[in-house]
Design a protein around this ligand. Structure first.
Ligand SMILES: Cc1ncc(COP(=O)(O)O)c(C=O)c1O
Length: 398
């Protein structure tokens, strides 16, 4: 069974206040009627403002938006319009970025393990910066040595991030010099070092510790191998607002920027933010399709679930807060409900103590901040179609 966090009532009130600024009850009712539910409403302005916030908070950094949490054309188009950069990890992501006019020199390929054909595909699209974290991967690059610039990924494992990306990826700094030595021996152009402290990390000290260790690694690389890097890539992981309050991006900037100036001022600095940029850009409308009282608990059943928009609960360990659409119009009395998803899987439960008002068959629920790692890994299990994504005008986007 999934362990759900209790709903934080103060945070819920904050999310509702924001929802009321963005959505009107009658508009939501009409939208749900026109498009049918479940549907996700995409707001490109959220992408623009989140990316702009990053650019303002970290003026030294080229932010490579990681496409994976929401691979939608208008997202990439908006980043490109802001003269942004892109993190790609697959053929599909490269093609999406190219279709939206992103110049190849603005892309980095950050997936440390790929097929040789994927490397060839990326090179055909003039992508030249690739992340590498082990010597076996180097063999694949040997024939393309003159076409690629390699970024060595260091690992910084920790238990504090929601998703630990250093278990599967990266080389510990203690082994990183050996890897660098091998890369240099084979005459690769090793331009930089990347890291990722883990996703949805609300701990600024993880960045501080990783930056300090990376600065030491840079010194060791210079002293022991005579190698000077030109690029530092601090990865992604900045927390998005889901079901709990998180530190503001400025709190991260206050800790990170002084270290960038202290240790890395002479180099190009990259980041790879994903969830921070897109999480607030999707809002889910779903419908109550049933209710019951079972084992002394009240249940609502909805037309979406773990196999649909709420897949982030499984794949990203995320939590969401659901509201009755009637709460957009006025405050309601709330009680706890178990929310059953649409499929026949008994595991398909979205929450076991969601605070919701009294709702009836056909009533609309609204769930904000469900843009990252949700729709992208939704399925059509039980042949229930994946939720559709629309812009506010009702145009189908995905
Ligand atoms: C290499 C890499 N960069 C960036 C990201 C984006 O992380 P986040 O969405 O937490 O910012 C990920 C997430 O898996 C990743 O694997």
């Amino acid at each position: 069974m999934i362990k759900f966090d209790p709903i934080d009532t103060e945070h819920r009130a904050h999310l509702l206040a924001n929802l009321r600024k963005r959505f009107d009850y009658d508009w939501v009712q009409q939208f749900a009627k026109n498009q049918s539910t479940p549907c996700l409403i995409f707001d490109v302005e959220e992408v623009r403002s989140r990316y702009q916030e990053l650019q303002t908070a970290f003026p030294l950094i080229r932010h490579h938006f990681a496409i994976k949490p929401l691979p939608l054309a208008p997202v990439v188009e908006m980043i490109n319009r802001q003269h942004g950069h892109i993190d790609v990890a697959s053929r599909g992501e490269i093609e999406l970025a190219k279709e939206q006019g992103v110049a190849s020199r603005r892309m980095i390929h950050t997936n440390p393990h790929r097929k040789i054909g994927d490397i060839e595909h990326a090179i055909q699209h003039q992508v030249e910066q690739f992340v590498v974290d082990n010597p076996k991967e180097l063999n694949k690059f040997l024939p393309y040595r003159n076409h690629v610039k390699l970024i060595l990924r260091l690992s910084y494992p920790n238990d504090l991030s929601q998703v630990n990306l250093s278990y599967k990826f990266g080389v510990p700094p203690s082994q990183g010099l050996d890897l660098l030595e091998t890369m240099l021996k084979y005459k690769f152009d090793v331009t930089g070092v990347s890291m990722h402290v883990g996703s949805q990390s609300d701990h600024t000290e993880l960045f501080v510790q990783a930056l300090e260790k990376t600065a030491q690694y840079f010194t060791d690389a210079k002293e022991q191998l005579g190698h000077e890097f030109q690029i530092l890539d601090i990865g992604g992981g900045f927390p998005a607002e889901y079901n709990k309050p998180v530190k503001s991006i400025n709190e991260f900037a206050d800790k990170i920027n002084p270290l960038l100036e202290k240790y890395f001022s002479k180099m190009k600095i990259y980041s790879e933010p994903g969830r921070y940029v897109v999480n607030s850009s999707l809002t889910l409308l779903s419908t109550i399709v049933g209710a019951s009282r079972r084992a002394e608990s009240d249940w609502y059943f909805i037309d979406d679930g773990l196999y649909g928009s709420f897949s982030g609960i499984l794949f990203d360990f995320s939590g969401y807060v659901m509201f009755g659409a009637n709460e957009l119009a006025s405050d309601q009395d709330l009680s706890k409900f178990i929310i059953g998803g649409a499929t026949c899987d008994s595991h398909d439960i979205v929450h076991d103590k969601m605070l919701l008002p009294k709702l009836n068959y056909g009533d609309i629920t609204i769930t904000p901040n469900i843009g990252a790692y949700s729709w992208t890994h939704s399925t059509n299990f039980n042949l229930i179609p994946r939720p559709k994504v629309y812009d506010r005008q009702g145009n189908l986007l995905g």
